[in-house]
Design a binder for this molecule. Sequence first.
Ligand code: NAP
Ligand code: F7E
Length: 329
Amino acid sequence: MKKAFLTGVTGQDGSYLAELLLAKGYEVHGMMRRSSSFNTKRISHIAHSLQDPASRFHLHYGDLTDGSALNRLLKTIKPDEIYHLGAQSHVRVSFDVPEYTGDVTALGTLRLLDAIRDANIAAKFYQASSSEMYGLVKETPQNEETPFYPRSPYACAKVYAYWITKNYREAYGLFAINGILFNHESPRRGENFVSKKITHTVARIKAGLENKLLLGNLQAVRDWGYAPEYVEAMWRMMQQDNPDDYVVATGEAHTVQEFVEEAFRLVGLNWEQYVSTDPRYYRPSETPTLLGSYKKAKDKIGWEPKVKFKELVKIMLEHDLKEHGLTLS
Ligand code: NAP
Ligand code: F7E
């Protein structure tokens, strides 16, 4: 039985990936950090089996700032595949906590790669790289060869993590790869990312619990895909014989305003009556527009997106309406 080790198991992607790997028969070990309140909401449906001695799902405390814990975990678990998804992943917040973001998101990756060397294991390593690395884009659409121009402390940290992953591949022969994923969303997306903020608030407005939605830059353009499909791409990359880097995207771009319009349209409300902009949600430097080419992923690992923009908005909104006992008519 293959063993996988996941950082970020309590996050959006970690929860979907843990489900996928369990369904494929893996033994799954997730690292979570200690929190004063439960941070396991996204995995509670699989974590309930933890008491079962036959469970293939295991949780371990650890933190990406704690190299000795990472070393110990890898030496004890000896995983075949490591999916490194843990990060301070919020771009706006990275301007408030730049040093912490660098420590967790950049150096955390180095600590984990070094722990693989210290444990002397032949584990494959997946780095959760990001389209934010393209920032002020040098060409459109962006592909694996497009130069990076990061626009936030988060994106700078991800550029470091990208290169240190590649460096450990070249220097030490590790099977270490970068999945350069464009924005991907789901009902499990954190509520302070724009997609979930919109569908969550539109559902509350429809339920009569709220009457406004405050947003930042409505003209930002993103290539939004569906998270459960993106974790499948991660797994496929890791099943290849040779390590390589891949872009995962939908090849469709939309503005934040279009996301807003679609969500309000679905519930039959006029968005302009509810939406205002607030400077608090603008970034000191923005990534204005992103659009990815998934050609290499399609050709080499047979991956293609199925859920596109309108269906994504609908999936997320239906889920959030249901929380209030509402449905789309
Ligand atoms: P997410 O929901 O924000 O999850 C981040 C995970 O990292 C959570 O499990 C979080 O734990 C954990 N974490 C944060 N700080 C940590 C620390 N100091 N030590 C250990 N764990 C820590 O992110 P996601 O959307 O699932 O994204 C997964 C990865 O892909 C991230 O690296 C992100 O930067 C990257 N990425 C995401 C996208 C996207 O559109 N979603 C696109 C490209 C790349 P808590 O639950 O305790 O907070
Ligand atoms: O912002 C604009 C904002 O925070 C998208 C992370 O998963 O994807 C994510 O980063 C756009 C930006 O995602 C609000 O200015 C307008 O242009 O949902 P977001 P992100 O910054 O693209 C990448 C690929 C990652 O790697 C990251 O980890 O929407 N926007 N108004 C807003 N954004 C937020 N959060 N809140 C607003 O009110």
